[in-house]
Design a protein around this ligand. Sequence first.
Ligand SMILES: NC(=O)c1ccc[n+]([C@@H]2O[C@H](COP(=O)([O-])OP(=O)(O)OC[C@H]3O[C@@H](n4cnc5c(N)ncnc54)[C@H](O)[C@@H]3O)[C@@H](O)[C@H]2O)c1
Length: 347
Amino acid sequence: MKKMKVAVVGYGGMGGWHAEHLLKSDVAELAGIYDIKEERSALAQSRGIYAYPSYEALLNDKEVELITVAIPNDVHEEVVVAALEAGKNVICEKPVTISLESLDRMIAAAEKNGVRFSTHQNRRWDVDYLAMKQIKESGEIGKVINIESRIHGSRGIPSDWRGEKVHGGGMLYDWGIHLIDQVLMIFGWDVKRVNCICDNITNKEVDDGFRLDITFVGGERATVEVGTYNFIAMPRFYMRAEKGTVLLSDWREEAKVVKCKYWHENDVLPVKTAAGLTKTMAPRDSVTTDTYTVAKPASDVHDYYRHFINAIRTGCEQDVTYDQMRTDLKVILAAFQSAETGMPVEL
Ligand SMILES: NC(=O)c1ccc[n+]([C@@H]2O[C@H](COP(=O)([O-])OP(=O)(O)OC[C@H]3O[C@@H](n4cnc5c(N)ncnc54)[C@H](O)[C@@H]3O)[C@@H](O)[C@H]2O)c1
């Protein structure tokens, strides 16, 4: 099938990523880029990529069926809506936008113009997350009680627009949106309540880290934590279920499962603590548990474009639905409200 012509708006860090991936795509062809900064256009041209002289010129290019928008978060809406109004299908970088009213205007523009609109939740193809999802869905450790998902770094928040509130900066919008989307993909989209505490360690204007607790309608719980001032990182994923526990220590590692074979133990060897012996906290042995690792699932991030282009061509449901975009954003906005008020927020 003929490749779909795609243009990228914003040739910064992520726009560069899209351009590079589109050049290798088996379903899409890079038509060119548009960036408001001349030096970014010049850089693209030096790499043999066509740079549109204006956004209007891009919108008037009839060959382009799909536009990917990769610019700072506060200006997504105006650029996305202009593309939708010009009859283009659109992929917008995450977070799709920074208010629900803004998202509703974007969705309404897509529906009015009969085109498709998606947001780039590319971390749905991360193998660490996919491993946790696969273990939960296999049922091998029974019903999952809670999951903890963390990303810890030690270099503070980037010193660009991400550090400024007006541009939709901060870690909830930057990394939070990915990790929230992942736990909603694992537990489903029925969120009951959120409780959030934000860090302002290296940046007073926007959150440079946070801890978000999500309770689902079914009773499951998720903790999502991002830190940029953590000189020792906690494990990437930890999951407890009726029949076992899963640990994924680092995104380069495989998941380790300890499954309970027998609940009852005849001879528990106590462990010594500073204050005396304990059987309650003594580790289990291989008589009552099975320990194994789970191989990393196969994943190809090009599937994001493959699936979306297929949805445009066939009319089938897209991976990232409008309802999912709304719920992801609602959770983020509720997290901000909870952090500000110091109270849990019901969704
Ligand atoms: N999905 C991911 O994994 C991922 C990773 C990084 C960034 N992002 C997202 O991508 C978007 C861009 O982030 P970035 O890191 O590439 O930022 P960046 O600052 O590196 O690049 C932004 C580019 O957009 C250009 N720009 C700004 N306004 C413009 C406009 N109106 N029209 C055309 N060009 C414009 C700037 O000149 C700059 O070159 C953000 O929404 C961010 O959250 C997503």
